[in-house]
Design a protein around this ligand. Structure first.
Ligand SMILES: Cc1cc2nc3c(=O)[nH]c(=O)nc-3n(C[C@H](O)[C@H](O)[C@H](O)COP(=O)(O)O)c2cc1C
Length: 348
């Protein structure tokens, strides 16, 4: 892999850790969502059970670290720390794009470090542009095989990121044939395939097309948390030409509201990520139908600043707050919380 790509991955982590790359005006929309307080919960606080099944694995909490890194030297250490947090807390762990290790097997160690503490669910990652290219070149099955050799995965996430590709100076805004390629990946990959965005959101029309491709899960990865446009604008040689795109995306709460009926009808899990920043937000996202929630930048910032201990402490606080909301909505289980009433005063 070229020095440039490794540098880009390092830049991403450095920028996310050191600069304010949240959306400017746009929010997740969770501030418009309220769980309905239940004065007669008919359960004990001690009965609240946060464990949940996801893709055949059992998580202690309905959470996972969203795919972030791999493919450059320091990623080995960062992935090992994130995996230790996920393992200790009992949540899933996503890897960053693994294309680097498919092209250059010497980089596999930067992903394999998650196996020092194997989290209960490990989610691989590759870009939809890459999958489309492999499909066009008739090398999809070989490359998926190489990808699965990098590290033992439970699920493969394919990311859709047209906004990010458009803004990257070295980006590849080449999405033609992407639906056919995702459908082919679903056929050829022995693992469940989840399709995610990277923080600009999957709305109902895209969710419907993904379901038609046969995907096994949709991670809405909506707007309001980390702005990937923002990250790329900070790296752009002429930022004034692209600055108007900083806030593009569909708020996470709206994505969930739109996608839920389609995911429910297809009986596939809907995953919530993009601006998941606390236990109460996790509770709202689950009530909106999410099977589990993904967290990227807040967890990365915690482990970079305070190591594994800080990551575990943050997750412990989220767990406590989630439990409190489960009790206050009368939800003894994650499945019950998915049916808990909420209000959503949104404008479209
Ligand atoms: C440093 C960093 C690197 C990322 N790299 C990837 C990646 O390689 N593949 C991917 O699908 N998403 C990647 N993401 C996007 C996240 O998975 C997530 O969708 C996005 O950051 C929104 O979540 P957040 O608001 O919790 O940060 C990355 C995020 C961060 C913070």
């Amino acid at each position: 892999m070229s020095h440039n790509i490794r540098q880009r991955k390092q830049d991403h982590v450095d920028l996310v850790a050191s600069r304010d790359v949240t959306f400017r005006e746009r929010t997740t929309g969770f501030e418009h969502v309220e769980l309905v307080y239940n004065a007669m919960p008919d359960i004990d606080m001690a009965q609240v059970d946060t464990t949940t099944p996801l893709f055949g694995r059992r998580l202690s909490l309905p959470l996972y670290a969203s795919g972030m890194t791999g493919g450059y030297a320091d990623a080995e250490r960062i992935n090992a720390m994130l995996a230790e947090v996920c393992c200790e807390v009992g949540i899933g762990m996503g890897l960053g794009s693994m294309r680097a290790a498919v092209d250059d097997p010497s980089l596999a160690a930067t992903f394999r470090s998650v196996m020092h503490h194997r989290p209960p669910l490990v989610i691989g990652n590759v870009g939809a542009v890459q999958v489309a290219r492999w499909h066009k070149q008739s090398t999809l099955s070989d490359n998926l095989g190489r990808l699965l050799d990098v590290v033992e995965l439970d699920v493969l996430a394919i990311h859709l990121n047209p906004l990010q590709e458009l803004l990257q100076p070295e980006g590849e805004a080449e999405f033609s044939g992407v639906a056919a390629a995702i459908a082919a990946a679903v056929e050829q990959c022995p693992l469940p395939i989840v399709v995610k965005e990277v923080g600009a959101g999957i709305g109902e029309h895209v969710a419907q097309r993904l379901i038609a491709c046969g995907v096994n899960g949709v991670d809405v990865a909506g707007a309001g948390g980390t702005s990937w446009a923002g990250v790329e604008i900070l790296r752009h040689p002429r930022p004034e030409t692209v600055d108007h795109l900083w806030d593009v995306g569909i708020p996470t709460a709206r994505c969930l509201y739109e996608c839920r009926p389609h995911c429910d009808a297809a009986a596939i899990p809907m995953l919530a990520s993009g601006g998941i920043v606390s236990g109460p937000v996790v509770a709202k996202a689950i009530a909106m139908g999410a099977a589990a929630c993904g967290v990227a930048r807040p967890l990365l910032q915690a482990v970079l600043a305070g190591g594994v201990e800080a990551g575990v402490a943050m997750m412990a606080e989220w767990e406590l707050h989630l439990r409190q909301w489960m009790f206050l909505t009368g939800s003894a289980s994650v499945a019950a919380l998915q049916r808990a009433p909420f209000t959503y005063s949104h404008t479209r």
